[in-house]
Design a protein around this ligand. Structure first.
Ligand code: ADP
Ligand code: GLC
Length: 466
């Protein structure tokens, strides 16, 4: 089975969030299930520096305003196609934002170019290889099925995976021509969304199948509360829409201990690194984008409960200026709170390893990866009851504890009082070391790797080509 993954980010080359982890991990995970997955990725500076030396496989004279080339790279045993288009990608900043923190004004063209290149590969093949399926990630790949139709490609299927419905790839209608989109599909049954072009809607409407990254988020997306306006469009595809849970890379997230006691020296080292004193309560960690989605303003409100029971908080993240300032302020006022603003993969590992609990109070969470890291390392997740957080944590309710199966704490509704109650319960569990250690062992035994979901993807791909 030959599959081309179309993605705007991929570890270890470029990452702003969990999408990069998923796109990076799937090819290896699927290899054992009879799927050969190759990847096409924009040639941002970091990608060109690492993978830009490969042979030129295809030249495109004009791709939305300039010449482009498809180069061959290789990533951890996976073939990578790099779309080199300096007029679109040859600039500093993140994949989506300029140095001023604003969306690149030509984002519609930048990702339409990726989609166009993927559709060309589907149409013509590349170096003698032709995919049977395109695996499209988020709005950045959403226009691909439209270009497939336009190029008359009828024998290549597509799966759109929604990692986050909040990003819908909207563009003004006057770009129809510039993006080489067929005007007759610009209507409510097509990719028009309230007078604008939506690349995400294009993917939802025109891909053969649609998935998202957890079963619960798949249900939530059909409701007005979580669908963010796309619930009706998704309902129209309900028969072709499923949720497949993300996994994590077990080699990258491999605890250096196999018993709860193994955490003790790592916790001590983590406290030292953050300048936190020894304490009677649990050391809680947060590793996150600091945005409204992640609900960390609720944590600021609930903080006194944690500190009152001798608990501590270490935060690693960056994002909203207001949230950064609020956490800075909390760290300055409370000796039990410490903060690192920035992005640091190694520190994230040390925090997961040394922490006692990881807090993920998201308002919505399509899947979430850090609670999975927490499970693997016996760092008990405290999560809101939503999306993938609902699917991956077994709540230490009275029943969960009695049955001896709990792996963490879930709270609902997603507000500060409910989070406060969960933190109080966390502290109470901490006072019962036998119970806590039982939970740590349960957590560490959870199957959080890719195996089951890779099989599900492989099965889905097979049904698509039958
Ligand atoms: P999202 O994709 O919505 O940001 P996920 O939980 O799926 O949420 O994935 C976030 C990924 O980014 C995880 O791998 C997490 O460890 C990582 N991450 C987030 N913020 C930071 C940071 N400041 N430093 C290091 N890693 C981070
Ligand atoms: C998105 C979601 C996150 C998910 C990730 C990978 O960024 O916000 O919940 O884990 O994609 O699918």
């Amino acid at each position: 089975m030959k599959v081309l993954s179309v993605t705007s980010e991929c570890v270890p080359l470029v990452k702003t969030g969990g999408l990069a982890d998923v796109a990076g991990a799937l090819p290896a995970a699927l290899a054992g299930h009879g799927v050969e997955m190759r990847t096409i990725l924009p040639g941002y500076p970091a990608v060109m520096a690492a993978q830009g030396q490969g042979p030129v496989l295809r030249e495109i004279a004009d791709l939305f305003g300039g010449p482009a080339r498809i180069l061959r790279g290789m990533l951890d045993g996976t073939v990578l196609y790099v779309l080199d288009a300096p007029h679109l990608y040859g600039r500093d900043g993140t994949p989506y934002l300029g140095p001023d923190g604003k969306d690149w004004p030509d984002n519609p063209q930048r990702f339409a170019a990726l989609d166009r290149a993927a559709a060309l590969i589907a149409a013509e093949g590349i170096e003698g290889w032709r995919p049977q399926i395109l695996h499209l990630h988020d709005w950045q790949a959403g226009l691909t099925p439209v270009y497939l139709r336009q190029l008359g490609v009828r024998d290549v299927r597509s799966l759109l995976t929604i990692h986050n419905i909040a990003f819908q790839g909207l563009a003004p209608a006057h770009l129809l021509g510039a993006l080489q989109l067929p005007a007759h599909l610009f209507n409510p049954q097509g990719f028009e969304y309230w007078g604008r072009i939506s690349a995400l809607k294009a993917g939802i409407v025109f891909a053969d199948k649609v998935s998202t990254v957890s079963p619960t988020y798949a249900e939530e997306l059909l409701t007005p509360e979580f669908g963010m306006g796309m619930q009706g469009v998704l309902a129209g595809r309900a028969g072709d829409f499923t949720g497949i849970l993300n996994g994590i890379d077990l080699d990258v997230w491999q605890p250096p201990f196999d018993k709860p006691a193994g955490k003790v020296p790592l916790r001590r080292a983590l406290r030292a690194e953050f300048g936190l004193p020894e304490a009677a309560g649990p050391l809680c960690v947060v590793i996150s984008r600091l945005t409204g989605q992640k609900g960390l303003d609720l944590l600021l409100e609930a903080l006194p409960v944690l500190l009152d029971c001798g608990g501590q908080l270490a935060v690693l993240g960056s994002g909203d200026a207001g949230l950064e300032a609020a956490f800075r302020d909390a760290a300055a006022r409370h000796p039990g709170v410490a903060l690192r603003i920035g992005y640091d993969e190694d520190l994230a590992h040390r925090m997961i390893a040394g922490g006692d609990a990881i807090l993920v109070p998201s308002r919505f969470e399509p899947c979430g990866l850090t609670q999975l890291y927490g499970l693997r390392f016996g760092t008990l997740p405290v999560v809101s009851l939503t999306g993938g957080l609902a699917d991956t944590v077994i709540n230490a309710s009275a029943a969960g504890v009695a049955a001896g199966v709990a792996t963490g704490l879930q709270f609902h509704p997603v507000d500060a009082p409910a989070l406060s109650r969960a933190l109080r319960r966390l502290c109470a569990l901490w006072q019962q070391p036998k119970l806590w250690q039982r939970m740590v062992r349960n957590a560490m035994a959870q199957p959080v790797g890719w195996d089951a979901s890779a099989q599900t993807y492989a099965d889905l791909f097979r049904t698509m080509t039958d």
